[in-house]
Every structure is written in C-alpha cells, then in structure tokens.
Write a protein that binds this ligand. Structure first.
Ligand code: SF4
Length: 188
C-alpha cells in the first residue's frame, strides 16, 4: 500500500496476544520476560509491521492475580461470552484493515495457553479444586484455546483469511516462528 511521500506507514499489521506486549497480564509464576517480548518486538519493528494488541480475556475475567486454570475450566458461559465479545471487536478491526488495502499478516497466539493456544493447550481431568503445583509437562493437550477458537469463528463469519500461529510460551527463535506469516508480507 502506497501513500503520499509524507506518510511513512507500511500498511502491514499483525494481531498479537496481549501478554506478548505486557507480561504483567500473565498468570503468576509463568511470565518468561519482564515487560514486552523484546525479540519479537524488535523483529516486527525491523520489518515495519504494526502490532494490534489483543485484550487479555483471562485478565478481564479474573484479574492479574488469578490462579492458573485449564481450558476445560474456562468452558463456562460467562467466559465464553466474554471471549466472543472480544473476538467480535478484533474481527471488526481486522475487517476495517482488510477492506482498506492494508495487509493483516496474521495473528500471534501462545501455545499452551487455555485461552490463546493455537494447537496446544493445558488441560487435564484431575486439574481442579484447591490451587496446587501441577506438572505442566504432563498436562499439555492438543487443541485450541477458548479465545483463539472465538477469534477463528469471528474471522470465518467475515470470510477473513488470517493465518493464526502459536508462538512457544518463551517465544524463542522468533524469526523462525514468524516465517509462516511473513510469506504473505508484501514488498515495501
Ligand atoms: S496467553 Fe492470552 S489469556 Fe494468557 S496471559 Fe496471554 S493474553 Fe492473557
């Protein structure tokens, strides 16, 4: 997308799960960086890609000091409603960009999250009751997080073809992980 010589915008954006730009939203004990995910932000900045920060549904539902939960525990009407409302807003934003000759490269989720996982979530039948330490390596399951599921549905309803990729929780090797969505980046 080209604008007048005084306008420097790239016309390229990506949606990112909230905690990639704000680790303070994470469940206590699970933040892998202090504030923003620096490697990711630097990579996107170098490529002139704007970032649309999605809201954190878990934070809005239960605040910053919540206990960790599984996807099954989040399958309750109030949380599903919240995720659908937030997904509608995000999909409406995506429609505005997509309909104005901008490129929405994709959406960055977080693998393992019960809400923002793309292919992998935390879930286990015996995870519930009093909060306790759990063996996270034992509780990974194939599946899509509640919020990502709602986003996929909202995008599909609007016929938006936006690739959704899941970064690893620590979001290491960012360039490698971004390769899939960068295939669609127009030359600037
Ligand atoms: S993964 Fe999603 S729900 Fe979890 S802290 Fe990040 S933005 Fe919030």
């Amino acid at each position: 997308m080209k604008h007048s010589h005084s306008d420097s915008r790239s016309g390229t954006v990506v949606f990112a799960c909230h905690c990639l730009l704000n680790a303070n939203a994470k469940v206590r004990g699970l933040a892998k960086y202090a504030g923003m995910h620096q490697e990711l932000i630097e990579a996107l900045s170098e490529l002139n890609i704007g970032v649309i920060q999605l809201p954190c549904p878990e934070l809005l539902h239960m605040g910053p000091d919540r206990w960790w939960q599984t996807r099954s525990q989040y399958q309750i009407p109030s949380y599903l409603d919240l995720c659908h409302r937030l997904a509608e807003d995000a999909a409406n934003q995506a429609t505005l960009y997509s309909g104005s000759h901008y490129t929405v490269l994709g959406l960055l989720g977080i693998e393992g999250s019960p809400s923002c996982g793309v292919n992998e979530v935390y879930d286990a039948e015996d995870w519930g009751g009093c909060p306790r330490e759990v063996d996270l390596t034992r509780c990974k399951a194939q599946g899509t997080g509640v919020f990502i599921q709602a986003l996929n549905e909202a995008f599909a309803e609007r016929s938006l073809n936006i690739p959704v990729i899941g970064l690893s929780a620590a979001a290491e090797n960012v360039q490698e992980q971004l390769a899939e969505i960068l295939k669609n980046k127009p030359n600037s």
